[in-house]
Design a protein around this ligand. Structure first.
Ligand SMILES: [Mn+2]
Length: 217
């Protein structure tokens, strides 16, 4: 029997191979400067398991919401120059999270790319719309009442998001049309971000290429 004939008897390769839930879309980042030292890892196809210790209690609370509602497995261990303030620690974790998302997405083949979510939290509602476009931009329309959440400076929410968006090369629009309590405002933003990110990074079963008319993202 000829080789060619033999080959004919083999079953045709399945075209509609289901993509695994976990396709190895993970990344780990280690970043050390004179201001901060950070170990961060993410699995985009995780189950919302979060272990975070940044030394900034409220920030840990926010990262936990992003991981849990994004269904990411997220580990963050960070130490920073708290004697200055929490700014460098929060910003640098944002840098690492953005880098990790970009690395884990690799060429972005098959992803949904866009994500949005509106998260209500008691008297507050937060809206996120994002595009994993490969170009970073952020619009942040949020008004707080006063400058603190406990000991946490509300300005750091914006610093964190800006650093993350820049390093993930993400177009991120954040708005809170109305809200009262600062804790609720920050938390609703982070929950909406987790949900919107989850949608954007999700593999679309009908999308077989990089979701762009340009061919790359
Ligand atoms: Mn809370």
């Amino acid at each position: 029997m000829s080789k060619a004939k033999k080959a004919k008897t083999r079953p045709a390769p399945s075209r509609a191979k289901p993509r695994r839930a976990s396709s190895g879309r993970r990344a780990a980042i280690r970043r050390s400067t004179r201001e901060t030292s950070i170990d961060l890892s993410i699995d985009l196809d995780g189950s919302g398991r979060v272990e975070v210790d940044t030394g900034v209690g409220f920030f840990d609370h926010m990262l936990t919401h992003i991981g849990r509602h994004g269904l990411f497995d997220l580990k963050v261990q960070a130490r920073g120059d708290y004697q200055v303030d929490d700014h460098h620690t929060v910003e640098d974790v944002g840098i690492c999270l953005g880098e990790a998302i970009a690395q884990a997405l690799a060429d972005k083949k098959g992803i949904r790319r866009y994500g949005f979510f509106i998260a209500p939290m008691e008297e507050t509602v937060a809206q996120i719309a994002l595009d994993l476009s490969g170009r970073s931009a952020m619009v942040y329309k949020v008004r707080y009442r006063g400058s603190k959440i406990g000991r946490f400076d509300v300005q750091l929410v914006e610093e964190f998001l800006r650093a993350m968006a820049a390093n993930a090369k993400m177009n991120l629009h954040v708005s809170v049309p109305y809200g009262g309590n600062n804790h609720h405002i920050a938390e609703a933003i982070c929950k909406a971000l987790g949900k919107a990110l989850r949608v954007a990074v999700e593999l679309d079963q009908r999308e077989t290429a990089v979701p762009s008319t340009k061919g790359i993202l």
